[in-house]
Design a protein. Structure first.
Length: 219
């Protein structure tokens, strides 16, 4: 990754959107390239401005955030969408993730959590609010996916003890930086562990890793 992360901010509340633009504009890692007040204008802005990451509210007029994320995934798959909303209900969470969001944050998150999510999305990672991760794990573990026999890993290449530890911290919604601090490892080492976890689970991102791990009773 080189240069600043180009971000498009989408929210129908003018005051919140403008405050978010001003906040992100103070960060040297980020360049806010535009803003939009609804999903339809967001898609037009994405075509025109080619951002790396879109911060997308979900409940908006004209075209809602979930529909906009779904179209972005098809029309401009390079762009990574992160849902940023006040709603953490299961319907909103799963609709956004199924549509293609790579992250899901609540509007009461800290500035650092928001920045970490933007940078993680640009790196191809997923960041979920802890409450959202809990809902994902609960939904999968109580669903109709078969669980393996207790005490063994149904993987051709089982996770090491350290990889399991990293996986469980991912399931708590931690970023690589937070995992690094918790386990007293370098961020590079954590990134290697995360890469191994995704490869062994046969998934592409952290959200899918949590779902797969819950289905296999690894977390």
């Amino acid at each position: 990754m080189s240069g600043r992360v180009r971000v498009l901010v989408v929210d129908d509340q003018d005051l919140f959107r403008e405050a978010l633009v001003a906040l992100l504009g103070t960060r040297p890692e980020v360049e806010v390239v535009g803003q939009a007040a609804d999903g339809e204008h967001a898609l037009a802005a994405a075509d025109r401005l080619d951002p790396d990451v879109v911060l997308m509210d979900l409940r908006m007029p004209v075209l809602d955030g979930v529909s906009a994320i779904r179209r972005l995934r098809v029309e401009r798959p390079r762009i990574r969408a992160v849902a940023l909303t006040t709603f953490d209900g299961e319907d909103e969470v799963f609709a956004a993730l199924r549509a293609g969001a790579v992250g899901y944050l609540l509007k009461d998150c800290s500035t650092q959590q928001l920045l970490d999510a933007v940078l993680a999305a640009h790196r191809g990672e997923s960041v979920l609010a802890p409450a959202v991760t809990t809902k994902l794990v609960a939904r999968v573990s109580t669903g109709d996916l078969p669980a393996p026999a207790a005490g063994r890993q149904p993987l051709a290449d089982p996770l090491t003890a350290r990889e399991l530890e990293v996986l469980r911290l991912i399931a708590e919604g931690m970023s690589n930086r937070e995992i690094s601090g918790r386990l007293f490892l370098s961020e590079g080492t954590v990134k290697n562990h995360v890469t191994n976890v995704l490869a062994k689970l046969g998934v592409r991102d952290r959200t899918q890793a949590v779902l797969r791990a819950a289905a296999l009773s690894l977390i």
